[in-house]
Unconditional design. Structure first.
Length: 201
């Protein structure tokens, strides 16, 4: 099945990271229920369980992306693969997995320009605010850079990094973000509901 770029959803994207098993994945899907899109990143469980979780995601969500593992995405009829700095070049994904939409994790304007040139259908950009995962590794990019990037980029930009409040969701939306991606917030149904409502206001 060939997926269309028009299917990329606006709103809250929930990231399921470091998954330990299928039961954990089912519980995560419950807390992440308000999300418009879900993604699976670097699962720690056996491939069989990772595929089970992905199939459950595809059954419940209208948009599912997989970080790096395009073969998993294709096997489960997920919609997209998101390439990081350790991933294969976008051109390789495009040639080997033509049915998948292509996302690219970016942290600078130069990376954004390269990703768009190479055919990315959407971008993940950040961290917008400081986040524990990037502490000492990447400095916060800030709302001004996000706004400039969104104004000058033709493909959807999903903001990421330190977005755990309704106020920050609203700020990213006001800056022109197509959506916001959350990791820690996706483990709390109350928080996810608040963030989703903030986006829809």
């Amino acid at each position: 099945m060939m997926h269309q770029a028009s299917s990329i959803p606006k709103g809250i994207w929930a990231i399921c990271s470091d998954l330990e098993g299928f039961a954990e994945g089912q519980a995560w899907l419950t807390t992440a229920a308000p999300a418009a899109a879900v993604t699976l990143r670097r699962p720690r469980c056996e491939p069989r369980e990772s595929l089970q979780v992905l199939r459950a995601m595809v059954a419940q969500k209208s948009f599912v992306a997989v970080h790096g593992m395009a073969d998993y995405a294709q096997a489960t009829e997920a919609h997209a693969v998101i390439a990081g700095f350790r991933s294969l070049p976008l051109a390789v994904y495009k040639k080997r997995f033509p049915s998948l939409l292509l996302g690219k994790s970016t942290h600078s304007e130069e990376e954004v320009q390269t990703a768009v040139r190479d055919g990315a259908n959407f971008l993940i950009f950040g961290p917008i605010w400081d986040t524990p995962e990037k502490q000492g590794f990447l400095k916060a990019r800030g709302l001004e850079r996000l706004e400039s990037l969104c104004a000058n980029t033709k493909v959807p930009v999903i903001a990421i990094g330190g977005i755990q409040s309704a106020e920050r969701v609203a700020a990213c939306k006001a800056a022109g973000a197509y959506g916001v991606a959350v990791l820690r917030a996706a483990k709390n149904l109350v928080t996810m509901t608040e963030l989703s409502r903030a986006w829809d206001r």
